[in-house]
Design a binder for this molecule. Structure first.
Ligand code: UDP
Ligand code: MG
Length: 336
C-alpha cells in the first residue's frame, strides 16, 4: 500500500435520547480524530433518531465547534435504529463507513485497527464480541438461539455475536444503498451483500450512561424481520405442517368411518372431538399468523413510503456518488 493512498472514513453514530452518553462520546471521538494516521481522514456523522432530550442541541453545538469534520442528520421522528442507520448509509460519501453506538459499548479506539484490515483489502471488517458485559443472561441466550435458528432456516452464513459495529468499504455502502426495503434487519442485510469479510474480536463494554433503547417487543419485531427478509422457509413449514395434519386427519376420519360401520355409533367421543378441533384450530391459526407476518411486510413495502424523513441536517458539500436520494428535497441547508 503506497503512502499516497489516503482514505476518507465516516464514523456514523445513531443516537436516540443519548444526552448522558454524548459528553463522553465527544471526548473519545476528539481523541480518535486527533490521533488519525496520515492516510485516514475522519468525518463524524451523527444521525439523531427523533430524540426528545438534549441530544440535538448537544450535537449541534459540537458540530459548530468542529465544522470541518462533524456532520449530522436529524430525523423527523423516532424511526428506529435500523432506519436511522439507513439514513446514515444513504448520506455517506466517503470511501468507508464505520457504524458505532452512541453509548460507547463499542470502543471507538478500535477503529484504527479495523481500518488497518480495510487497508489490507477487506471490505467488511465486522467486530465480533468476545464478551458481552452488562447484558442479561436472557438477552445473550435468546440472541444465540435466534441466530442459530436463522442460519439453519435461511441457509445463509450469519455472523455470530456481531452487532452493527463494523467498517464497510465503499462497495458495501453502495450495495446497502440499493437495499431500500422497509422492514429492515441490518445484520441480515450485511450478510446478504457478501464481499470480503473479516472478523475482528473485541470486548463489548457496558453502556457509559443511560439505559438500553431496545425493548423486548422491538427486538422480537427485529427478529421476525431477520427471518422474513431472508427466507420464506416458515411458509414452506406451514405448507408441510398443513399437509401432515390433513393427512393424519384423513386417516383418522377413515378409521372413524370404518369403526362406525363395524361396531355401530359410538356416542361418547367428546374428548377426541375436542382434541382434534383444538389441535386443528391451533395449527390453522399458527399458519395464518405466519402468512400474516409476510403479508404485513408486503403491505408495508408496497406503500412505498420513504424509510425516514429528515428534519434538519448539516452535511459536507461533496456530492454523493451512486446514492439515489429520496430525501434530497428535504435536506437542510445549514452548511450547504
Ligand atoms: N438507537 C436509535 N434509535 C432507536 C433505538 C436506539 O438510534 O430507536 C441507537 C442508540 O442511541 C444507540 C444504538 O442505537 O446509539 C444502540 O442502542 P442501545 O444501546 O439502546 O441498544 P443495545 O446496545 O442495548 O443493543
Ligand atoms: Mg447499547
Amino acid at each position: 500500500m503506497s503512502n499516497t493512498d489516503v482514505r476518507t472514513l465516516t464514523v456514523m453514530i445513531p443516537c436516540y435520547n443519548e444526552q448522558e452518553s454524548l459528553p463522553a462520546l465527544f471526548k473519545r471521538m476528539d481523541a480518535l480524530v486527533a490521533s488519525a494516521p496520515a492516510r485516514l481522514r475522519y468525518t463524524l456523522l451523527f444521525v439523531d433518531d427523533g430524540s426528545k432530550d438534549d441530544t440535538r442541541p448537544l450535537i449541534r453545538d459540537y458540530a459548530g465547534k468542529h465544522q470541518d469534520y462533524v456532520e449530522y442528520l436529524f430525523l423527523s421522528r423516532n424511526f428506529g435504529k435500523e432506519k436511522a442507520m439507513y439514513a446514515g448509509i444513504m448520506h455517506t460519501h466517503t470511501d468507508g463507513l464505520v457504524i458505532i453506538d452512541a453509548d460507547l459499548q463499542d470502543p471507538p479506539e478500535l477503529i484504527p485497527e479495523m481500518a488497518e484490515l480495510w487497508f489490507q483489502g477487506y471490505e467488511d471488517v465486522y467486530a465480533r464480541r468476545r464478551s458481552r458485559e452488562g447484558e442479561s443472561w436472557l438477552k445473550k441466550a435468546t440472541s444465540r438461539w435466534y441466530y442459530s435458528l436463522l442460519q439453519k432456516i435461511s441457509g445463509m452464513e450469519i455472523q455470530r455475536d456481531t452487532g452493527d459495529f463494523r467498517l464497510l468499504d465503499r462497495k458495501c455502502i453502495e450495495a446497502l444503498q440499493r437495499l431500500d426495503e422497509s422492514e429492515r434487519n441490518s445484520k441480515a442485510l450485511f450478510s446478504w451483500i457478501g464481499f470480503k469479510k473479516i472478523e475482528f474480536l473485541y470486548d463489548r463494554d457496558k453502556r457509559v450512561a443511560g439505559t438500553t433503547k431496545w425493548s423486548y417487543p422491538k427486538l422480537f419485531h427485529l427478529a421476525m424481520d431477520g427471518i422474513t427478509s431472508f427466507t420464506i422457509a416458515p411458509l414452506k413449514i406451514a405448507t408441510w405442517a398443513g399437509s401432515i395434519v390433513s393427512a393424519a386427519a384423513f386417516l383418522y376420519a377413515l378409521f372413524l368411518i370404518v369403526r362406525t360401520l363395524v361396531s355401530g355409533i359410538d356416542v361418547p367421543g367428546y374428548a377426541s372431538t375436542m382434541v382434534v378441533m383444538l389441535f386443528l384450530g391451533g395449527v390453522q391459526l399458527l399458519c395464518l399468523g405466519i402468512i400474516g407476518e409476510y403479508l404485513g411486510r408486503i403491505f408495508m413495502q408496497t406503500k412505498g413510503r420513504p424509510n425516514y424523513l429528515i428534519e434538519e441536517s448539516k452535511l459536507g458539500s461533496k456530492p454523493m456518488p451512486g446514492a439515489h436520494d429520496p430525501e434530497s428535497a428535504q435536506q437542510g441547508t445549514e452548511s450547504e
